[in-house]
Ligand binder design. Structure first.
Ligand code: DGL
Length: 277
């Protein structure tokens, strides 16, 4: 029995989609979540800056006593996953998971045409972390020798979500403005390569059409969390797990939005200045 919390973070509310999936699949686990709202959005920043912010947050979560780190952000996964694994898992035995490989795994098993779309922040798309992750699945190229990945950055999406705007004609218009290359490529599977995007999936699915399978990394990442807990014999069996939500910016605006998106589990959000270390 290991009742230490799982540390989860993102630039803002997006990573809550991953936290929700972890709570659903592992309801006895405690979670400490940080939204780096003082620095959101990460997408337009250089990866070196995202790396710096992400390491600060992971250092704080480790000092707080987490047993595992989940980088619930594609941009930060692209920026720092390998380094974080070395720094925390290699040196301290704290496993670190990202969200890109889980999404790719799901997309590879979902496609029936080999034409896959990826949408994400500008930084994630520029990093080419997704095409590199697909290359790790040779079976996908065996099944579809012409496997085609069409990647599109959707820079306005994160700010829409952070402002609580997730549906309606405006969101659909913004989505239509981005999705031309995906529709032209006739993708049958679309990876929501930013953890904010599942909160827009009604509009994204409406614009892409019902024949397109939307892949979010949340459920698949939670399955990776399960696997890690099993392999390290780290399960918690708490009947009253502790779920704490912190924001580096104003917790007063983060809390209500977070509750709206993932429900009353959020309780009330606090400033990271109150994070015990
Ligand atoms: N939710 C994040 C991601 O998955 C970050 C988005 C942002 O802050 O631009 O990339």
């Amino acid at each position: 029995m290991d009742s230490r919390p799982i540390g989860v973070f993102d630039s803002g509310v997006g990573g809550l989609t991953v936290a929700r999936a972890i709570m659903d699949q592992l309801p006895s686990e405690s979670i400490t979540y940080i939204g780096d709202t003082a620095h959101t959005p990460y997408g337009p920043l250089p990866l070196a800056k995202v790396r710096e912010y992400a390491l600060d947050i992971m250092d704080a979560l480790v000092a707080h006593g987490v047993k595992m780190l989940v980088i619930a952000c594609n941009t930060a996964t692209a920026a720092v996953l390998a380094e974080a694994q070395e720094r925390y898992d290699g040196e301290l035995g704290i496993p670190v998971l990202g969200v890109i490989d889980p999404a790719v795994r799901r997309a590879v098993s979902a496609t029936t045409s080999g034409r896959i779309g990826v949408i994400g922040t500008q930084a994630t798309i520029n990093s080419r972390a997704y095409p590199a992750a697909f290359e790790k699945y040779p079976e996908a190229y065996e099944a579809y020798p012409d496997l085609e990945i069409t990647s599109v950055a959707c820079p306005a999406f994160v700010q829409l979500v952070e402002h609580g705007i997730t549906a309606g004609p405006h969101v659909q218009r913004v989505a239509s403005g981005y999705f031309g290359p995906l529709l032209e490529a006739e993708v049958d599977t679309l990876v929501l390569g930013c953890t904010h995007y599942p909160l827009l999936q009604g509009a994204i699915g409406y614009v892409m059409g019902e024949h397109v399978t939307l892949v979010s990394s949340a459920d698949e990442t939670a399955r990776d969390v399960y696997r890690q807990l099993a392999e390290h014999d780290m399960f918690s069996h708490q009947t009253e797990p502790v779920r704490e939500f912190y924001a580096t910016g104003d917790p007063g605006s983060f809390g209500p939005l977070a509750r709206r998106f993932i429900g009353p589990d959020v309780g009330y959000a606090r400033s990271t200045k109150e994070l015990d270390q």
